[in-house]
Ligand binder design. Structure first.
Ligand SMILES: Cc1cc2nc3c(=O)[nH]c(=O)nc-3n(C[C@H](O)[C@H](O)[C@H](O)COP(=O)(O)O)c2cc1C
Length: 141
């Protein structure tokens, strides 16, 4: 079982979410490769059973350029992408980048949307979402 978590984070919220997902998978005995978008060398989605892709949302619900570059770098639409992200409901389109990526990839799983920091009550949203992803892949159940 191979899992990667690729994420982009400026102020830490998406990174915290990525780390919580990593910890929860580790707890289930799944080892995870962390990939910092725009910093680490390219990844090859075909080498993984699931690639978790995490992003914040930028102005007017847009996807950050680094994430767009990551998508272009991959160059095709893998079927094993699970999208998560953080945003702020005060902005026009909450977690717009998550919706855009889910639509683009035609993901099997719905996107996970977290408001700012995932710590506290929203951690439960991660548990429920992760369970849904895992049910699709019995190897991480
Ligand atoms: C200039 C600016 C524009 C933003 N626009 C949006 C937006 O349109 N939709 C949204 O949900 N969040 C928006 N946000 C909020 C960020 O996505 C949110 O704070 C996110 O958690 C930051 O992630 P990070 O801590 O991983 O960098 C915006 C934040 C900034 C600074």
């Amino acid at each position: 079982m191979r899992v990667a978590i690729a994420y982009l984070s400026y102020s830490g919220n998406t990174e915290e979410t990525a780390e919580l997902i990593q910890n929860k998978l580790n707890f289930r005995g799944v080892s995870v490769e962390m990939h910092r978008i725009g910093i680490d060398p390219p990844i090859y989605p075909a080498n993984y059973d699931v690639v978790f892709l995490g992003t914040f949302t930028w102005a007017n619900g847009s996807t950050p350029d680094e994430v767009k570059d990551f998508v272009l770098e991959i160059g095709y639409k893998p079927t094993n992408i699970a999208v998560f992200g953080t945003g702020d409901t005060q902005f026009g389109y909450f977690c717009g980048a998550v919706d855009k990526l889910v639509n683009f990839y035609g993901c099997r799983w719905p996107g996970l949307k977290i408001e700012q920091s995932p710590r506290g009550s929203q951690e439960r949203l991660i548990d429920i979402w992760l369970k849904g992803v895992m049910q699709h892949d019995k190897r991480i159940a």
